[in-house]
Design a protein around this ligand. Sequence first.
Ligand SMILES: Nc1ncnc2c1ncn2[C@@H]1O[C@H](COP(=O)(O)OP(=O)(O)OP(=O)(O)O)[C@@H](O)[C@H]1O
Ligand SMILES: [Mg+2]
Length: 258
Amino acid sequence: MAFTIALAGKGGTGKTTTAALTVRALRELGAKTVLAVDADPNATLHEALGVEVECSVGEITEEMLNSAEATPGGMSKDAWMEYHIQRYVVEDPEFDLLSMGRPEGAGCYCYANNLIRSCVDDLSRSYAYVVMDNEAGLEHLSRRTTRDVDILLIVSDPSLRGVRTAQRLSELADELGIGIGARYLVINRASPSLDPALLTAVETSGLELLGVVPTDENIAVCDLAGKGLFDLPADSPALIRVKDMIHAAVPAFQHAST
Ligand SMILES: Nc1ncnc2c1ncn2[C@@H]1O[C@H](COP(=O)(O)OP(=O)(O)OP(=O)(O)O)[C@@H](O)[C@H]1O
Ligand SMILES: [Mg+2]
């Protein structure tokens, strides 16, 4: 099974940016295969990674639910779904990307959700690492994608309210019954030395601070040029920090030198 790193956090804190930098960090640290999963219906991970997505899992599911009973050649719905999910995985030399898209319309789609989960689980098995970007909140993590993650990175801005929200998200993850190997707080867009009040809030939150990612002008430059974060210069401060964080958090890299 792939080693899964999931991102969570309140809106606009830098989940997608950190997810894309994590994909790059994993590759640069020697990960052989990485699957990026965009589980945010308002998908932007492909932009951060600099690739285009042709079709999302939501669209595939919709087609399946709207299609006549029979699938081509008497294929089971599971096999049909798996075939299409594999077909629409975006392949880049550095990573693969699966975009979950919008959830199905109103009504109970437990069947579809379970099917998606098992197809994504199956797909994940062919990769060494899975990096999952999520929408703000955590419900998605439990509903449509795999339930268990090896590392949950909770991203916060450098504010007291941000850290308290991160703490609540961590509690919510437990209430949802998500199996989490290790969980860490990441403070993004911060100046290198954190305010003492913020450090106290981090201590009170009980969350382990994995790292502080600085505001990095190169990220805006990449964004404005329509480029992904694989085009970020190698000496970009945010990339260097995320690489350090991944090196420290992922057991497979802990005995390897960067
Ligand atoms: N360390 C950073 N330095 C500079 N800009 C950053 C940094 N982190 C994020 N940004 C910028 O901040 C904006 C929000 O980041 P991002 O999209 O990663 O947040 P998000 O948490 O995924 O948002 P959402 O909740 O909408 O999905 C983006 O324009 C991104 O380029
Ligand atoms: Mg995002």
